[in-house]
Design a protein around this ligand. Sequence first.
Ligand code: GUN
Ligand code: ZN
Length: 450
Amino acid sequence: LPLAFYGTVIHCRSLDDLEILENCIMIVGTDGRIQALQAGVKSDRINSILSENGHVPDVFPVKYLKRGEFLCPGFVDTHNHAPQWAQRGVGRGISLLDWLNKVTFAHEAKFQDPEYAKRMYASCVTGFLQQGITTASYYGSHHGQATRILADVCFEKGQRALIGKCNMNRNAPDWYRDPSVSDSLHETRELIHHVQQLDPEYRLVKPILTPRFAISCEPELLDGLGAIAHEHPDLPIQTHFNEAKQEIEFTRQLFPEFDTEADLYQRYGLLNNRSILAHCIFLQEGEMRRIQELGCGVAHCPIANTTMQDFMVAPVREYLRRGIKVGLGTDSGGGYSSSILDAMKQAFIVSNAQQMLTQGRDSALSLHEGFFLATLGGAQVCGLDDRVGNFAVGKEFDALEIHTTDLGQPGVMSPIEDEDTTHVIFEKFLMTGDDRNIVKVYVGGRSVKI
Ligand code: GUN
Ligand code: ZN
C-alpha cells in the first residue's frame, strides 16, 4: 500500500544542514520509495498533491501528525555483535582482550546450536527494530549456520542489514574458532551464496566480510578474505581497528613488518571505500590521511570505548574536519546498550571530553551533528546513502514515527510545554526519549515494529 503523512518531518541533508519541515506532506509509493516531500503545504492542498502524484485522494488514507509528533529517518547502527545480545550489561572495567577471553567467547560459542541461534537472533533483531534501528551492520558468531540464520531473521522481520560471518582462526579457545583457513573462507562463501539466494539484489540484507581483527586471523586468512573482497567489489568489509593500546601492541607483535594497522589491512586488500572501521581511537597522522584518501568509514562506538577499561576518546571532530565518513555504533555487547539514542548521548559526552583534552581545538558535537551521525552519517559508512539516511525523494522510506505526547502510558520523556518549539521538542526526544516514543518503524515502506 502507498503511504501518506502530513505534519512535521525532520532529517539531515548533510552534516551541517538539519531540516525541520512543517506542514509537510510525505508520500511513499507502493515500491516503498519516497515519491514526494513538500513542506509548507496548507491542508486544503493535500488532495491535489495526492492527485498530482497519481493517487486517488478519497481512497488514500493520509496520516495526520499532531503537535509533538514527527517523522525522522530510521537509525543506522554501523557496528554491533548479534551473538552478544544476551551479554549486554555484563563485564565492565576489564581490558578488551580479557573481556573477549573471559566473557565474550563463551557467549558466542552457544550459537553452535541452531535452535538457540534462531531464538536469540529473533529476540535481537526485534529488539533493534523496536529501538528504531532500521539498518544494522552485524558481526555474527564464527558459525556459518548461525550466521545464515541471522540473515534469514533480518530478512523475515524486514530489517536492512549487513551480515558478517566472523572470521577468526587463532588467539581464541579451540572450542570457539574456525578450525582452518579453508574452513573459514568456505563458510564465508557459503554465507554470500545463501544471501544471494535469499535476497538476490541485496534489497534488504547483504553479506559483509568480517575479519574479527588481525589478532584473530592468520595472515593466510586475511589474504583469502582480501581475495574475496577483490572478487566481490559490491561487498562491504568490517573489522575492529585501533580500539585499545593492548590490542595495537599485540597486533604489532604478530605483524612486526607493519608500522600501523592501516598498513596491515591495506596490504591484505581490506582497506578501501567499503571498509567500516570500528573504534579508530589511536590513529596516527598517516593513518588518518590514508583512511580519508581511501574513503573508509569510521564506526564510532563511544559506549564501549568508555566502559571497558579506560575512558577512550575517538577524535571524531578531527575525522569530520578531514571529511572522513563517521557513523555511530552501539557495539552492543561491548557496549551495554543497543540504543542509538544512548550511543548518541555518549558521543556528546566523549566529544566534550575531547574538547577539554584539546583545549577547545576540537569543538564538541552539536545536537544536529549527533543526529546526523545516527542517520545519514551511518548510511554513508554502510555504503547505503544512495538508498537511505534521509528523506530525499527517490530514497527508500526507512523512517520512525515519533510521538512525544499522548502515549497512553507513563513515559519518562521530558514533558512538552506550550511554548516549546519543534526544535525543542526534537531535542527533548533525542536527549530524554526512548523506544516508547518510537511508535512506528518503517523499512522500505513496510511497518516493522511489533
Ligand atoms: N575486538 C575483537 N572482538 C571484539 C568484540 O567483540 N568487541 C569489541 N568491542 N572489540 C573487539
Ligand atoms: Zn565490536
